[in-house]
Design a protein around this ligand. Structure first.
Ligand SMILES: *Cc1c(COP(=O)(O)O)cnc(C)c1O
Length: 429
């Protein structure tokens, strides 16, 4: 049997990169098999080193909302690179970027650029602690806020995929300040506040969760968190690293009509370059250095390549709001098609979907938090993943990840996906 180039590269990679990958979920460990090495991508398609083409539902875990290698972004990066890739000193482009982000999000007065979603969330938490003078915070089981120490408690995404409970290297002193409870359980939040009176700085949440599959907030839930935070003098942090500029131009805040105190961004904001950001009203943000004493810094923060990529994409989104209706229509079409073939296949399933985030759980009960996501038939999902991959459809390699649609998907791509799902179900059931 021929050994594919992907297989060759994967065995070579394992001698010099931990597990052969630079981020765990890429390893295909939970779905089984070996990861595919990619060579290029254009629009809705990925091309691997063996010349296979795939319809992409990962889209770099969100950033590629308009598809891969979007020409205005590629050109802007090429042009900007000639002016140097970093200065470590202020540029006009950073001002333009901050103004552009603010034009999407009315409750952000000041915004700081960083280089990843992880950095954005850990800085937002530090800011909330500095602002309130309190140490503890609440996060929800199955939510992922990057790999900073404080957040690696009952985190979703790769931690859920690999069933990692506690992380060696994260000290008890740190994780003791991380309070957790189930997503969509308002009473549990109330109880945590009652048990930790005056000690909780913030609640951080994915307003639509994407790191345990796609999980929607139930009606009234985010409003309830908003009310509790206001009553208790804690800050509400929306981690919009996935949802920002995706669920609506103004992200989940706009889409779900709930205002957070601090918002974090990543993914779409960088158009595939390493960018994150956190922002808030002036009274909160003025605690950040050099205005205040909550220290936060970055050598490459706001560097010209990252900024021009994000700026060009975001400007395009701003000027073409039709993209959001288009994404909405495509996602609804995909959902209806998947619904049809899943019903015909006769296996229990749940489709969770909002905007261009969607996921399937092979479950006979509603999936509304981590426990219900974990008790679905995820072994069946793993088979489904491979059957889809064999048919040229690249889904996230874990039941604990949302799928992301891009506007580059054509009607034909969606039909191909639905047919692939129909055939895959026939094969695996
Ligand atoms: C991806 C993600 C992060 C972390 O972002 P990185 O850029 O990978 O550090 C944080 N929060 C959420 C909700 C994410 O999906």
């Amino acid at each position: 049997m021929n050994i594919s180039k992907s297989e060759q590269l994967f065995s070579r990679a394992q001698s010099s990169i931990p597990g052969g990958v630079n981020s765990p979920v890429r390893a295909f460990k939970s779905v089984g098999g070996n990861p595919i090495f990619l060579k290029s991508a254009k629009g809705a398609y990925l091309y691997d080193v063996d010349g296979n083409r795939y319809i992409d539902y990962i889209n770099s875990w969100g950033p590629m909302i308009l598809g891969h290698a979007f020409e205005p972004v590629v050109e802007a990066i090429q042009k900007k690179a000639a002016d140097s890739t970093s200065f470590g000193a202020p540029t006009e482009l950073e001002v333009e970027m901050a103004e552009l982000v603010k034009s999407f999000v009315p409750n952000v007065d000041l915004i700081r650029m960083v280089s990843s979603g992880t950095e954005a969330c850990m800085s937002a938490l530090r800011l909330a602690r500095g602002f309130t003078g309190r140490n503890k915070f609440i996060k929800f089981e199955g939510c992922y806020h990057g790999h900073a120490d404080s957040f690696l408690v009952k985190a979703g995404s790769g931690m859920a995929t690999f069933n990692i409970q506690t992380v060696p290297g994260v000290t008890g002193g740190v994780s003791n300040d991380t309070l957790t409870c189930g997503y969509n359980d308002l009473e549990a939040v109330q109880q945590l506040f009652a048990e930790n009176k005056g000690e909780i700085a913030a609640i951080i949440i994915e307003p639509v969760a994407g790191n345990m599959g796609c999980i929607l907030p139930q009606p009234g839930y985010l409003e309830g968190l908003r009310r509790i935070c206001t009553e208790e003098g804690a800050l509400l942090i929306f981690d919009e690293v996935m949802t920002g500029f995706r669920l609506a131009p103004g992200g989940a805040q706009e889409r779900l009509k709930v205002d957070a105190d601090i918002v974090t961004y990543g993914k779409v904001i960088g158009a595939g370059m390493p960018v994150g950001a956190f922002g808030a009203r002036k009274e909160i943000m003025q605690h950040i250095a050099p205005l205040g004493s909550v220290y936060q810094a970055g050598t490459l923060s706001g560097n010209p390549l990252a900024m021009i990529a994000g700026y060009t994409l975001m400007k395009h989104l701003k000027e073409n709001p039709r993209i959001y209706t288009d994404l909405e229509e495509k996602s609804a079409y995909l959902e209806a098609g998947l619904q049809r073939v899943l019903e015909a296949a006769g296996t229990p399933f749940v489709i969770n979907h909002l905007g261009s985030m969607i996921s399937i759980h092979f479950s006979d009960h509603p999936v509304k938090d981590f426990a219900t996501a974990a008790s679905a038939n995820n072994a069946l999902f793993n088979k489904f993943f491979h059957a889809m991959l064999n048919r040229g459809v690249y889904l996230p390699p874990s039941a604990y990840e949302t799928w992301f649609l891009s506007a580059a998907l054509s009607q034909e791509d969606l039909d191909t996906t639905i047919t692939a799902a129909e055939e895959s179900l026939r094969e695996i059931l």
